[in-house]
Design a protein around this ligand. Structure first.
Ligand code: WQD
Length: 338
């Protein structure tokens, strides 16, 4: 059974990917420092899969830990999720982001070369596109000046990986550019763990609906969009997780020294107000929200062209916005009981 090391494996996307790796017949090995996750995710993974996967509580900036892992296990490939990812925080504390996100990647790559681990899937983001000139945005759209230090770390990370693949004939890597991951596993055993006040739309919606937050601020309704609110491409986290399995299957077919990147989205844009209305429909309750001023740094509209992912990666989404909001709501209600 092929072993896949999942950094950030206890995180929102990491935990869902661990489940899908298991379902696809891989053996996931997890590393996480619980900086933005909780041991409860490991319990949730066990409830879903029945497995206690090998877990290392460690930081990806620690050089020793990769030596240890690569000596103890014959690792076939790595999925690198571990990074800080709060856009607003990155503006306030850029050095935290440049150090953690870039140093951990360089540390990982150095250890991969040292131990001849040749397959990498990297967690990137649609923020590399900024506000695209044309929509839907394709992978050959120009990478624009980053809107935040967080987005810049994703752009720089992709360059680091590409240059390393060019210099090292055996290394193969794929970057997956996520659009907006939302939802939770259908069992409500794993989901997005809210640490502090949510910056993202959907956890703020579900926390408002369950009474943790008084009301949702809709950041602007004067954009050049059908209902004036911003448009995004909201993708179910389980669909996103499955894209990582497809990425490994593609890597194993590719010649050496290979680097590529794919948009991981639904290909459909949804506005903030559409998401709110859809949530009210699936939850069967009104949501308390008001129109607030625009949020600095928001792009007006962005959603994915998915042709390359469908035709080359062999992946497409199967779950829609309604299902993602049902699963997010079920997860929120489960959290409230715990
Ligand atoms: C979505 C829309 C807000 C909260 C960011 C990162 C991206 C990825 C996902 C990590 C926007 C509006 C939000 C609220 C609102 N993160 N909104 N009220 O900004 O598209 O993407 O998170 O990989 O890299 O950039 O996601 O969920 O914050 O916002 O009106 O309370 O919802 O203005 O239009 P975003 P988001």
């Amino acid at each position: 059974m092929k072993k896949i090391l999942v950094t950030g494996g206890a995180g929102f996307i990491g935990s869902h990917t661990v489940v899908e790796l298991h379902n696809a017949g891989y053996e996931p090995i997890l590393i996480d420092n619980f900086g933005n996750s909780s041991p409860s995710a490991l319990q949730g993974i066990k409830h879903i899969t029945g497995k206690d996967f090998i877990f290392y509580q460690a930081d990806c900036n620690d050089n020793q830990v990769f030596d240890k892992i690569f000596k103890e296990h014959n690792i076939d490939g790595i999925i690198h999720f571990a990074a800080n990812k709060a856009v607003g925080e990155s503006v306030k504390d850029p050095l935290k982001y440049y150090h953690n996100n870039l140093n951990s990647l360089v540390n990982l790559l150095k250890n991969m070369l040292k131990h001849q681990v040749n397959n990498l899937v990297f967690s990137s983001s649609c923020t590399v596109y900024g506000q695209p000139d044309t929509l839907p945005v394709t992978e050959d759209a120009p990478v624009k000046l980053a809107e935040s230090p967080y987005g810049n770390t994703k752009q720089i990370s992709e360059e680091i990986i590409k240059d390393t693949c060019i210099s090292q004939p055996h290394l193969r890597a794929i970057s997956l550019r996520y659009f907006n991951p939302i939802g939770a596993h259908e069992t409500a055993e794993i989901g997005e763990l809210p640490i502090g006040v949510p910056g993202n739309l959907v956890p703020f919606i579900t926390q408002t609906a369950v009474g943790i937050r008084e009301k949702l601020s809709v950041f602007g309704n004067d954009y050049n969009t059908p209902d004036g609110s911003c448009v995004r491409d909201y993708i179910h986290v389980v669909d996103l997780a499955k894209a990582h399995v497809k990425a490994f299957e593609l890597l194993n077919k590719k010649q050496e020294g290979h680097y590529d990147f794919f948009n991981i989205g639904t290909g459909k844009g949804s506005s903030v107000l559409e998401v709110v209305k859809t949530f009210e429909k699936v939850a069967g309750q009104k949501l308390n929200y008001f129109i607030a001023p625009r949020r600095a740094g928001d792009v007006e509209k962005v959603y994915a062209a998915v042709d390359k992912s469908v035709n080359v990666l062999g992946w497409k989404t199967e779950l829609d916005l309604e299902r993602a909001l049902i699963d997010a709501w079920r997860w929120q209600q489960k959290l409230k009981q715990s």
